[in-house]
Design a protein. Structure first.
Length: 363
């Protein structure tokens, strides 16, 4: 046998752990060691002097034992354990960085229903303006004919002040009117999005130069809230976490995909961390070890403690990680055998000693 894998399994959960050796070529179970201590493993590994590669996890005891017993063998860290360490570290980062419930504010009018409402409102404004202009033109015509203001008012069912006002209009009326609050509306929306109360928002815009009274502000703020209400949605932290395992391109839920796009556009650091994980996967699974060093330097430059922890782990076992990129061997077989061992243990009702368990595993 030239290629073997070793992994631990629990004999008594959280108390006693054993080690299993598996032939990566024939898939046979070679040996069971009643320990995961270096000295015990060295004694068994020394019997397999012709081994060329050994697959393992990040265990320091395994690394030292292989180096002592099989100094010429290439050590390979299991790719699953590499990725699990990376994703676990990034999940810890996300827990610190994000709340469990994330508010998403959609600044664009993406809803078809919303667009229809806005279009209808604009259309109503235009139609109202056109109707008013027709009345104004009629007032001007009657005035040219020599009618008095009182006569025009009676003929068109208007008040005299309205007739006088219409006589003064020389151009078609504009549907919408400007307001001294209008320049502050974007700022008000931003403050609403950030959770400020109506009173705090008013005080803020007063400090920033709003010249109007509270009464005008109060008359407009409810409409601004209503406009924003349908644009505020929520994501869970788990939705961001799931991007570590399931790329955004593959998400079929259109609304969730849109919200994730909005969040990642506004949160550059989180997006960069997710992209960093994706690029590492491409290196690990793409068999291109030449890019590993540049990736480690890029990751270190982020200055994120959880990412730094992973970089330190990789640098401490860089040769075995590089071999994981080059070679196809993994600990997949040992994990499969560990599941079979659990079945054997259940069948034996936990009453067996090591010698009997070893015989059942190896036969």
């Amino acid at each position: 046998m030239k290629n073997i894998a070793l992994d631990d399994f629990s004999f008594l959960k959280r108390k006693t752990y054993y080690t299993i050796l598996v032939d990566n070529n024939s898939h046979k179970r070679l040996e069971v060691i009643p320990s995961r201590q270096k000295a015990d493993i060295v004694e068994i590994l020394a019997k397999f002097s012709k081994v060329e590669t050994v697959t393992r996890d990040f265990s320091k005891a395994y690394r030292a034992a292989i180096k002592e017993a099989l100094p010429k063998a290439k050590q390979i860290v299991d790719r699953f354990h590499i990725l699990k360490n990376l994703t676990d570290d990034v999940i810890e980062y996300l827990k610190k960085k994000l709340k469990d419930k994330i508010k998403i504010f959609d600044k664009s009018s993406t809803s078809m229903q919303e667009k229809e409402i806005l279009n209808r409102r604009e259309k109503d404004k235009v139609e109202t303006g056109l109707r008013k202009w027709k009345i104004v033109e009629e007032v001007h015509r009657l005035k040219v004919e020599g009618k008095s203001n009182t006569e025009i008012a009676k003929l068109l069912h208007l008040t005299r002040p309205t007739v006088i006002k219409y006589i003064g209009i020389k151009e078609p009326p504009i549907a919408s009117r400007s307001c001294i609050l209008d320049p502050f509306v974007p700022r008000i929306k931003e403050l609403i999005q950030n959770g400020y109360s109506n009173t705090d928002i008013f005080l803020k815009i007063k400090e920033e130069g709003y010249p109007g009274e509270r009464s005008l502000y109060n008359s407009k703020i409810k409409g601004i809230h209503c406009e924003l209400k349908h644009k505020v949605r929520y994501l869970k932290r788990s939705d961001i976490k799931n991007l570590l395992f399931y790329p955004i391109e593959k998400i079929k839920d259109v609304d969730k995909k849109r919200d994730l796009d909005i969040y990642l556009t506004e949160n550059i650091e989180v997006k960069k961390v997710l992209d960093l994980v994706a690029s590492f996967k491409r290196i690990l699974l793409g068999k291109d070890c030449t890019k590993l060093e540049s990736w480690l330097k890029e990751a270190k430059a982020y200055n994120i403690s959880e990412i730094d922890s992973f970089v330190k782990l990789i640098r401490g076992d860089i040769e075995a990680v590089t071999n994981a990129i080059i070679y196809d061997y993994s600990n997949g077989l040992t994990e499969g055998h560990n599941n079979k061992i659990k079945l054997i243990k259940r069948q034996m009702y936990g009453r067996c000693k090591f010698e009997l368990l070893r015989l059942k595993i190896l036969t």
